[in-house]
Design a binder for this molecule. Sequence first.
Ligand SMILES: Cc1cc2nc3c(=O)[nH]c(=O)nc-3n(C[C@H](O)[C@H](O)[C@H](O)COP(=O)(O)OP(=O)(O)OC[C@H]3O[C@@H](n4cnc5c(N)ncnc54)[C@H](O)[C@@H]3O)c2cc1C
Ligand code: FES
Length: 239
Amino acid sequence: MTLHRPFTVSQIRVENARTRTLVFREPLPAQPGQFIMAWLPGVDEKPYSIANAEPLTLTVAAVGPFSEALHRLDMGGRVWVRGPLGQGFHVAPAAERLLLVGGGYGVAPLLFLAREAVTQGCAVEVCIGARTAEDVLLVSDFAAAGATVRIATEDGSLGVPGLVTATVEAAIATARPDMVCACGPAPMLEAVAQLCADHKLPCQLSWEAHLRCGLGLCGSCELPDSGWLVCRDGPVAGG
Ligand SMILES: Cc1cc2nc3c(=O)[nH]c(=O)nc-3n(C[C@H](O)[C@H](O)[C@H](O)COP(=O)(O)OP(=O)(O)OC[C@H]3O[C@@H](n4cnc5c(N)ncnc54)[C@H](O)[C@@H]3O)c2cc1C
Ligand code: FES
């Protein structure tokens, strides 16, 4: 059983109108793709991807009561954290070229992965998809990490107009990757899986579900009729 530990907010970055990055004072050694359960006593407990481990960093979109409570935290505010939990991305040491595909706050765990992979000598390219330019997250962080960035927006306000899959096709045509890793909404993951199958490329996909225990005990996060638990067997599948 993983116990809760208090983490203290040491930096708050406003990414866009509804997304903030919380940097905590404390480190949490973890693998890219793993997640934590964040607990605010009296509010709720919810899962968040680890955007950076040392120090622990979370990128949070305010969409409901819990995420809005996280946004209300000031410097010095405390969150009780369980983790790291789940199975992260696995990039073989021999991998030379990695293609990352992110939608929405799905880019958060990919930034952690990009940093680790670049450090290991991997060439990293990231395709970021969003509805509008305002929704495109962490571009300068990926660039600072040494990754090449392609952007697609549904309204055409930044990068290639349309879905992120167009940029994935272009990236594969330019330089075939050894591995594709993706995190974002389920329809995006399904489209990426199809593209990888078409191009015979291995892929790892990070799935979301309704998590409660985060420990493989309650069954609430099972992908439909699969026995596959997002919190225990994932969130990352494939490889
Ligand atoms: C493994 C895992 C990793 C996650 N990582 C992150 C992360 O890094 N950052 C993050 O912000 N969230 C992440 N989430 C989602 C997070 O756990 C919460 O579900 C989310 O913050 C909403 O909780 P809430 O109580 O504020 O709103 P809720 O009351 O749960 O949701 C309010 C409404 O918004 C919808 N909704 C939920 N999430 C989103 C969204 N992102 N965009 C648009 N609508 C949404 C819900 O369907 C609902 O209709 C992750 C979830 C999982 C399972
Ligand atoms: S959240 Fe309880 S089994 Fe996954």
